[in-house]
Each structure stands twice: as structure tokens, then as C-alpha cells.
Design a protein around this ligand. Structure first.
Ligand code: SF4
Length: 422
């Protein structure tokens, strides 16, 4: 099979992995002679490096053959799709070629499972090894790891990759047993724990030793071995099973707490050809995925517990308003918050105030009393913030008790389309 054809198949098969996502745009190309560039070039996607830079990655599978039969996956053994497989040398050559032409800054490599977990993982690791050791490749490498692979192979993967990820796929054991019966929740968690131990050990080894004496020179230390310096991440599919948003966020909270994941990615289930009856016929609304990302942000940066973000029996986030506003509307007795007096934890709970805005308000109030004009200068959404706060020249009236407050603040719900034409 021609390399171009393989690239088309294996880049397309990789697009379902959101843990390094650039999906969502509309199709554009320059066929017909108008314009330049295309949004459909095979395999290049954008991701964010740990320092916040947006980088381009070659995002491909080593192969889309797979022994497993995960019902939600287009690459499952029973799927009727064209198959292809790269050799290690082909992936290395493609990566270097794209890199030299300045098309990419790194590689995201995943794979279906062929022969065995160890055999597949060996091939994936070999790509990274050849790039690093034989070509001195210094670009970003993200390897998708197979939880059933041996700890030794995972350890080798960490030596070459910047980031490792193991997809947990579904938030509950029951969901995994129903939709991905060959996968084992226990081994996914054991592998994540194993990665965490390796990442922590590498960080500890890299920390400077305390200087015990001004006179005695500390012994020279060999450079500590690196291990996935950009940490580990995972992905959960949303809407393929009956798991509620509370289930999903509860699992995320455990993953962040127990395995120190850098990111949990949420990927709205997309219907696939010849799908099993166990799967829904329709994708969940994209806004559900968006609300989960917002809730995830609240847990990681705003001090919210997942239990308080998702109220009610159904355990689902509201789709019409963002989760922070939903929480504030359900806890009006906690407002208004005096921006000149309240502790940081409370300021972070005010709808419309982000982490940076709160930091700037805390700095400003040390030298003067905050007024409404200070909020304006911060460019925070005043319509959203003012009903919930007190400042020197503003106190909300009865609007906090107004049953229509949500409707006045929140725009009418719209299906999200990130790249809709202006
Ligand atoms: S193991 Fe991965 S590639 Fe294979 S069917 Fe399951 S999700 Fe798809």
C-alpha cells in the first residue's frame, strides 16, 4: 500500500482520540485554485505544550488493526473499515520529513493492539527510541500507552516521550465491562499508578539537593533520567453509556487525586458505521462535553468538589448555563460577596470572575477600596458579576432574588460550533 494511502487511513483513524484534539473545524481546501491551504491535510493536528504553546503534531496510529472489540471504536476487530499498518521506519521517516518541512513540532502516536499488548507497545516505543537515539529528535512526543503492556515497556516509553496517556475510555467499571469487555479497569489503574510512581521519582531525582555546607562542594551528580516530563493524561468518552455527569466527574476527581493526571479529556461519543445496538444512535449534544470541561476546570482551579457541582437526582450538569453560574443560582444565600472583604476561596465562586481576575482584585484591594470601575477595567462580564457582588459603590438590589436572573444573565442556549462562519 502506498505511504500516502496509509497516512490517510491511519491519520483518520487517530482523529477519535481527543487527548490531543484539533477537531471541530469546517472543511476548507484550495481545490479549484482558490486560496491556499486545507483543513483536511492528513495527520496534522494542534495541541498545547505544558508551557501553554500551541504546537502542531503529526497525529497517527501505528496501525488500525486491533484484536479487541470495543463497541464504541471504529478500529475494533469487527469493524468493516480499510486497514493499514506503518512500519517503525515509516513513522520515523514521516515524522522527520514533516519536521524538516516545518509542518510539525512533534508526534502523537497511538495504535490498535496487534499480536499482544507487549508486542504493540514494543513497536510504539521503538519509534520513539529511534527518533530520540538515532536521530537526536528533540521535538515533542506523546505516546498512547497500552495498560496491559509490561511495566518495563511503560518505563521505557517514559524515557523517550514527553507525555504518556492511557485512555480510561468509560467512567464506570460497568460501562467498560459492557462496551469494552477485553479491557480491565484494574490494569488501567495499576498502569496509571505505575506511571505516577515513575513520574514522581524522576521529579524527585531532578530536584536540587539542599546545600548542607557553604564550604564542602556537593558531589557532581549524573543527570537524572527523564520520565514523561509533561506527565500523563487520559480520555473519557461521553454519552456512549448511561454514566451521568456526576459519575464522569467523580472518576475524574479520583484520577486527578490518585494518579496526578495533568488532564482528563472528554470526548463526546460520535456514532460510528455498523454500530452495535448497545450504543446510542445519536451523539450527545456537544455542549455537554463543553460543560464537563468547565466543571473539570472548577475542580482543578476553583476549589469546587465534584459533588457540589452536579446537584440533583439525575446527576447531570445544566446545559443552559455554565456550572459555576448554576451553582451560584442554587446557592443565592452565599451572595452577595463583598469583593473588598471576602477570602479568595469565596471570590473564586463568583460567576464571571476567573482566577487571573481574582488575583488582580486581591492585589488591587490591598491599596484601595474596589469599585465597579475596577471590574470594568478587568473586562469581566459585568452583567454576570454585578448581581453577585458588593463593592464600594455598588450593592445588588433585589435582582439576586429574581427568578428570572438566570435568563437575564445567560444567553439563549446554542449548539456550540467553534468554527462557524462569521
Ligand atoms: S483497544 Fe483501542 S483501538 Fe482496539 S478496539 Fe479498543 S479502543 Fe479501539
Amino acid at each position: 500500500m502506498e505511504l500516502d494511502r496509509k497516512l490517510a487511513i491511519l491519520a483518520d483513524a487517530a482523529k477519535y482520540d481527543a487527548s490531543c484534539a484539533s477537531s471541530g473545524t469546517t472543511k476548507r481546501d484550495s481545490v479549484g485554485g482558490a486560496g491556499i491551504g486545507s483543513t483536511e491535510g492528513s495527520g496534522i493536528c494542534h495541541s498545547y505544550a505544558p508551557d501553554g504553546r500551541c504546537i502542531s503534531l503529526l497525529k497517527i496510529l501505528l496501525t488500525n488493526f486491533c484484536l479487541y472489540d470495543c463497541l464504541y471504536c471504529v478500529n475494533r476487530v469487527t469493524s468493516n473499515v480499510p486497514r493499514a499498518r506503518f512500519t517503525v521506519d515509516e513513522v520515523v521517516a514521516l515524522t522527520l520529513d514533516f519536521y524538516r518541512r516545518n509542518c510539525i513540532e512533534g508526534l502523537f502516536l497511538s495504535s490498535g493492539i496487534i499480536q499482544s499488548a507487549d508486542y504493540t507497545m514494543e513497536q510504539v516505543v521503538e519509534v520513539a527510541r529511534v527518533l530520540r537515539e538515532e536521530h537526536d529528535f528533540r521535538g515533542y512526543i506523546h505516546l498512547k500507552t497500552i495498560p496491559e503492556a509490561s511495566p518495563d515497556l511503560l518505563a521505557r516509553a517514559g524515557r523517550y516521550a514527553d507525555r504518556l496517556s492511557i485512555n480510561i475510555e468509560l467512567p464506570t467499571v460497568q460501562g467498560l465491562e459492557t462496551l469494552a469487555p477485553e479491557k480491565d479497569f484494574g490494569s488501567i489503574r495499576r498502569s496509571m499508578a505505575n506511571l505516577r510512581l515513575n513520574i514522581d521519582a524522576a521529579k524527585d531525582a531532578a530536584r536540587p539537593q539542599p546545600v548542607v555546607s557553604q564550604i564542602a562542594m556537593p558531589p557532581r551528580r549524573a543527570r537524572p533520567p527523564r520520565f514523561a516530563p509533561a506527565g500523563q493524561s487520559t480520555q473519557m468518552i461521553v454519552g456512549a453509556d448511561a454514566a451521568s455527569d456526576r459519575d464522569i466527574l467523580g472518576t475524574s476527581a479520583t484520577l486527578y487525586g490518585s494518579y496526578r493526571l495533568r488532564r482528563v479529556y472528554y470526548s463526546a461519543f460520535s456514532p460510528i458505521p455498523d454500530a452495535s445496538r448497545a450504543l446510542p444512535l445519536k451523539a450527545p449534544p456537544l455542549v455537554r462535553e463543553h460543560r464537563l470541561y468547565q466543571a473539570d476546570w472548577l475542580m482543578r482551579f476553583y476549589g469546587f468538589d465534584h459533588e457540589e457541582i452536579v446537584p440533583g437526582e439525575a446527576g447531570m450538569l445544566a446545559l443552559e448555563v455554565d456550572p459555576k453560574l448554576a451553582w451560584a443560582l442554587a446557592h443565592r444565600e452565599r451572595f452577595p460577596v463583598d469583593l473588598n472583604q471576602a477570602p479568595k476561596e469565596l471570590l473564586l465562586r463568583v460567576p464571571g470572575l476567573g482566577v487571573k481576575a481574582v488575583e488582580r482584585l486581591l492585589r488591587a484591594r490591598r491599596v484601595r477600596a474596589l469599585r465597579a470601575a475596577d471590574l470594568e477595567r478587568l473586562h469581566v462580564p459585568l452583567k454576570k458579576v454585578l448581581p453577585f457582588v458588593v463593592v464600594a459603590d455598588h450593592r445588588p438590589g433585589r435582582e439576586l432574588d429574581d427568578a428570572r436572573l438566570a435568563a437575564r444573565i445567560a444567553p439563549p442556549p446554542q449548539q456550540a460550533s467553534l468554527f462557524a462562519d462569521a
